[in-house]
Design a protein around this ligand. Sequence first.
Ligand code: PLP
Length: 367
Amino acid sequence: MKCIPLVDLAAQHSEVADAVSAGFARVLGQMELIGGPEVAAFEREYAAFQQVAHCIGVGNGTDALELALRALGISAGDEVIVPANSFIASALAVLRAGARPVLVDCDPVHGLIDPVHVGSRLGPRTRAIMPVHLYGQMAPMEQLIGLGVPVIEDAAQAHGASRLGRSAGAWGVAAGTSFYPGKNLGAYGDAGAILTESEAIATRLRALRNYGSERKYHHPELGFNSRLDPLQAVVLRAKLERLAQWNTRRAEVAARYDQWLSDVPGVRRPAVLTGNEHVWHLYVIQVLQRDGVLAALNAAGIGAAIHYPLPMHLQGALAGLGYRPGEFPVAESRSTQMISLPMHPHLTIADQQRVVGALQRALKAAH
Ligand SMILES: *Cc1c(COP(=O)(O)O)cnc(C)c1O
């Protein structure tokens, strides 16, 4: 029996293969292998798609977040508030900028960062809040911005998402995003970008990503080498043309899961925060006896997974922050119950029926 993968990058590639080949040929024809017209064109097109003034392509999403923090002058002694239930890169970016990630718990209904908890952790050293638009839906930005601290969005899972009609990346002072292959807009390797409305921040970032240089061999400040590769820009341009359509198909997949799981006992379906246009990077359900259910799904050839099995405060790498088990109870309990079901634009109805059938059998067996 054929396996049903969590994501299907081969199916995506088959749609863009011709455009990618033609683009690679353009790059190789010009031999402009760093920066150049493909990168500039993608930055323009992606900024327009997200309805943000500036896009600065960089090497990956973690760098994007770190450079956004650095461009705002955040450094040692500063604190940045980050949700405990995210991919570790959100906290790593803060640490690499030299600042301290201050973790907060999430909302029990939708799992997004809880603005009440954020408010209770604000202090004299708080320099920014970094909400994560988890699984493809935006954090309650209007409430976070209302707290009066600069907001840097982690928009890695939110390509095409919006809240109250305004796109991810258009709310904060800056947003870092990732084009890791499995994201809704994925490259064929590592890639990332920062979005910002601010001309000044954009100029700063263009220097920071390029050895701290605006003029060749002149380096007024310490910079990095973190650039978006032109071959990746070709891939991203080809996929960006299809992103809206692919996100629509993801929403159709999510709607079918919602419908088919509505009367399955023991399954909590993902909740969408009112006002959000969700782009369904992941479809994450919650079940009791998660480990048994997940093992049964995997044994049945269903590529279900966990995002993420350990909240950040329980990661060994972040032990130095001094958090203890039990400190973020919502993030912890969700991490023991969550399962990501296969979710991608090319998931067929027949395969989706197989996923739901296997889930029903796994739930019965687990009881
Ligand atoms: C993928 C991801 C990142 C990091 O992106 P990379 O390109 O892998 O460095 C950061 N934050 C979140 C929420 C992500 O999902």
